[in-house]
Design a protein around this ligand. Structure first.
Ligand SMILES: NC(=O)c1ccc[n+]([C@@H]2O[C@H](COP(=O)([O-])OP(=O)(O)OC[C@H]3O[C@@H](n4cnc5c(N)ncnc54)[C@H](OP(=O)(O)O)[C@@H]3O)[C@@H](O)[C@H]2O)c1
Length: 333
């Protein structure tokens, strides 16, 4: 099968389309013919080797963390899916490889695709949808009437998180640039801060939750926006010891992560708020709940551009500009 593969880690990027053997199917796996794959910054970070310590992949490696397609075969222990089912997924770490014609995935990571979406739209959802779900519902337990600041509302995670937070009944503020003001308002943001014109930390007060996906500067300024007891959740780092424990990391890595997050944890304590890092995980059951919300019209995908599989390198480069509005998708079939 054709696949977009890296042969080595490189800060300069790299990767090429080449022939690879079809994936092996284990008892609990479904084999999916891929119609579309979503691009994530995680693909770029894996490609450069930035995630080598946390995700030690062997090479050559097929990149790609988001997939939509049709089940063609199932392992002997698979109970939930059958050939012909239209599905989507964020396959678990260790089983990635969405930039290809076929992928084998554990059935626990997979969900039926929303009927109301095209394959390209469906492939844009899993990783960012699960990230928003795990941040706002699992970690923050965001409730009706609470106030949440979602940074970078026009990005992949932001476009989903705004809609999910609104659905939960929260009051949603977001940051974006002038060009994307209408987009984020259309997704349901109640308060929009144009970061080109205003400093968010001077206009927002008494928030219950901040979802950070930007750099250290934004992370630390976000502390001032929270009320005592509030929660700062970051998906862009720094990782903390709790995350290392969840990953089953060594004692050494746990200490490294404790040190990396020491500064922000200390400042959070001073502000009487909590800090937590989230690294999303594959979860078919949560994705099924997301399917239901999409089919009810509660959440819609925001797809910026669609590239062919042959242009995966360009698609990654476009996402790496940091200017994508919503998601970028590869059309495979
Ligand atoms: N830990 C996890 O599990 C996890 C999961 C998903 C993503 N992430 C990480 O989270 C980060 C965001 O991911 P993503 O997929 O949402 O990114 P993305 O889609 O590439 O984000 C692009 C968007 O960010 C906006 N943006 C850039 N700088 C901004 C600023 N200073 N203030 C407000 N908005 C800004 C841009 O809008 P403008 O053009 O208007 O500036 C653009 O629309 C990445 O670092 C990614 O690796 C982590």
């Amino acid at each position: 099968m054709k696949a977009f593969v890296i042969d080595r880690y490189s800060k300069k990027g790299g990767g090429r389309l080449r022939d690879m053997p079809s994936p092996e199917l284990r008892d609990t796996d479904v084999l999916v013919e891929i119609h579309a794959a979503g691009i994530n910054l995680l693909d770029s970070k894996v490609r450069t080797g930035e995630f080598k310590l946390i995700l030690p992949y062997g090479l050559p490696l097929i990149l790609g963390h988001d997939v939509a397609g049709v089940v063609v075969r199932v392992g002997s222990k698979v109970r939930q899916f059958k050939p012909g089912d239209e599905v989507y997924a964020r396959p678990r770490d260790g089983q990635i490889g969405a930039f290809a014609e076929f992928i084998a995935m554990n059935e626990a990571d997979v969900a039926l695709k929303p009927k109301t979406l095209t394959m390209e739209e469906a492939a844009s959802i899993p990783l960012v949808g699960l990230t928003a779900w795990q941040a706002l519902i699992e970690k923050a337990n965001l409730r009706k009437g609470q106030k949440v600041l979602v940074h970078a509302g026009s990005g992949g995670v932001g476009t989903f998180a705004i809609q999910l937070a609104r659905h939960l009944g929260a009051m949603v503020a977001t940051t974006t640039s002038t060009a994307n003001l209408e987009l984020v308002k259309g997704l349901g943001a109640d308060v929009v801060v144009d970061y080109k014109k205003q400093a968010f930390e001077t206009v927002l007060r008494d928030y219950d939750v901040v979802l950070n996906s930007l750099g250290k500067d934004t992370l630390e300024k976000s502390l001032a926006v929270l009320k005592p007891g509030g929660q700062l959740i970051s998906i862009s780092g720094p990782p903390d010891a709790e995350f290392a424990r969840e990953q089953g990391s060594s004692w050494f890595l746990r200490q490294v992560m404790r040190v990396l997050s020491f500064g922000v944890r200390r400042k959070a304590k001073r502000h009487r708020v909590s800090y937590a890092f989230l690294f999303m995980r594959a979860q078919g059951a949560q994705l099924s709940e997301i399917t239901a919300l999409i089919d009810r019209g509660v959440i819609r995908p925001v797809v910026d551009r669609v590239f062919p599989l042959a242009a995966t390198g360009e698609a990654l480069a476009y996402v790496e500009t940091g200017r994508a509005k919503g998601k970028v998708v590869i059309k495979v079939k």
